[in-house]
Design a protein around this ligand. Structure first.
Ligand code: IMP
Length: 429
């Protein structure tokens, strides 16, 4: 069973795209299991930058089967745009497969996401306004429309018209918004789904067969552990399960199929959107990290909040995901700083704690307890061609992360290019 889970161990944006791409080359199949086009993965190959939202990074290797699993919520319009974007760059989409069990995002989901965010005022979640939450809500409420519904066009149209009327009722009466154009949506979506028809398939037996045959299957998580609907900083989370527990549900495998779990960890912490963030920096060091690390959203362009590495959170993430290895990314961003801090515990009402609290009120009362380390102020990390060539203090920082988490750093990345990635452990068996 040489399959491998790769997921964000923090609040997303850990640089998973690059690491996934690196491993995708070695994979026989790459599978997305949750989220939607709220995700943004940037992959740099040579001088070419690719921005992916829904399609697994394996697509950049031509014949690696790439699956959008049933746990994903799919915006067909944005998928068609992504397909076109890749085709224009000469990438073949022949190996793309979309689960017929995935739920579809419609314009009413996006409109509701927007209006609800507006109505929350100061309590806004800071969503990507891609309709993710409202689509998952319909799924759980059992009123969602799945891709397989499209096979029976009459009933698909009937369900869609019913939903649009219901949502229009809500939009006009509750938000006093303009109603959405029913006929236009129906026509547009039939058009989109017709275009995507050739990619639609029941993906569960395909993934099962690959796993049974001992193929190297890579499960690609979007967002991050702290954005998980159950284990994240609720309600400032996304509406899916980015954690490894999301894989059986989002693909149809069993929990016993999962093997190695690689957590992608940024050498510091960032988050977008609202919610408590114990190690957040509100000073010039935070600004320095933001500018040096170009910490702006791939999907929304929003500036990310930046702070020191948080081991309490990382160990929580290790335990939830069963992390067996870390990929440490963006170590180069910390270059030039005199001193670095790592949060090793929280202080809560005068007591030291080492667990991640469930309640946001409690979390916002937690003060980070730091250890301090020397930085590598004048050394040029980008010049290193191997891990061994990294500045001494950079290696000490990595080793401290390993010591504090008890997990090896199997991959260390010091820049966006493939050549700036040091592989220290064979990840696929
Ligand atoms: P939603 O997923 O659009 O509903 O947004 C919910 C929360 O998840 C917000 O705080 C978003 O900023 C965050 N979020 C969603 N997708 C990503 C991502 O790919 N990276 C980082 N944060 C994300």
């Amino acid at each position: 069973m040489p399959n491998l889970v790769i997921l964000g161990a923090q609040w997303g944006d850990e640089g998973k795209g690059k690491i996934t791409d690196y491993l995708a080359k070695e994979s026989d199949m790459v599978v997305r299991y949750q989220g939607g086009d709220n995700a943004g993965h940037t992959v740099v190959i040579g001088d070419q930058k690719y921005k992916l939202h829904l399609i697994p990074s394996g697509i950049l290797y031509g014949n690696v089967p790439c699956i959008i699993g049933n746990g994903v919520v799919l915006n067909p319009k944005s998928l068609i745009e992504e397909i076109k974007y890749l085709e224009d760059l000469g990438i073949s989409l022949d190996s793309l497969m979309i689960s017929d069990r995935a739920h579809i995002i419609f314009p009413y989901h996006i409109e509701i996401d927007r209006l609800e965010e507006e109505a929350r005022g100061k309590k806004k979640i800071g969503t990507t306004v891609k309709g993710i939450g409202p689509c998952y809500r319909d799924k759980v409420e059992r009123t969602g429309i799945r891709i397989c519904d499209f096979e029976y066009l009459d009933s698909f149209e009937e369900k869609l018209r019913y939903n649009i009327r219901r949502k229009n009722d809500f939009l006009t009466k509750y938000y006093e918004a303009d109603p959405l154009d029913e006929d236009k949506i129906v026509k547009e979506y039939i058009g989109y789904l017709n275009k995507l028809k050739k990619y639609i398939v029941n993906t569960q037996p395909i993934i099962r067969k690959a796993v049974n045959e001992g193929k190297k299957v890579l499960f690609e998580g979007a967002q991050g552990t702290l954005l998980d609907i159950d284990f994240g900083t609720y309600p400032y989370v996304t509406s899916s399960h980015p954690i490894s527990g999301g894989i059986p549900i989002g693909t149809g495998l069993s929990p016993y199929d999962l093997e190695k779990s690689l957590g992608v960890v940024k050498a510091y912490t960032t988050r977008v959107g609202k919610g408590p963030f114990p190690t957040e920096l509100h000073d010039e060091t935070g600004d320095y990290i933001r500018e040096k690390g170009f910490e702006y959203g791939t999907t929304t362009g929003r500036p990310r909040r930046c702070g020191w590495l948080d081991i309490v959170m990382l160990n929580y993430s290790r335990d939830i995901n069963g992390l067996t290895t870390m990929a440490i990314t963006k170590l180069d961003t910390l270059s030039g700083l005199d001193k670095l801090k790592i949060c090793v515990a929280y202080e809560l009402e005068g007591k030291k704690i080492d667990y991640f609290p469930s309640s946001l009120e409690t979390l916002s009362k937690c003060k980070p307890v730091y250890i301090e380390m020397d930085g590598w102020k004048f050394e040029d990390i980008e010049k290193a061609n191997t891990y061994e060539e990294l500045p001494e203090n950079a290696k000490k920082y990595v080793e401290k992360m390993e010591e504090l988490t008890g997990i090896n750093a199997g991959i260390v990345s010091v820049g966006p290019k493939r050549s700036e990635t040091f592989i220290r452990e064979k990840l696929f068996i």
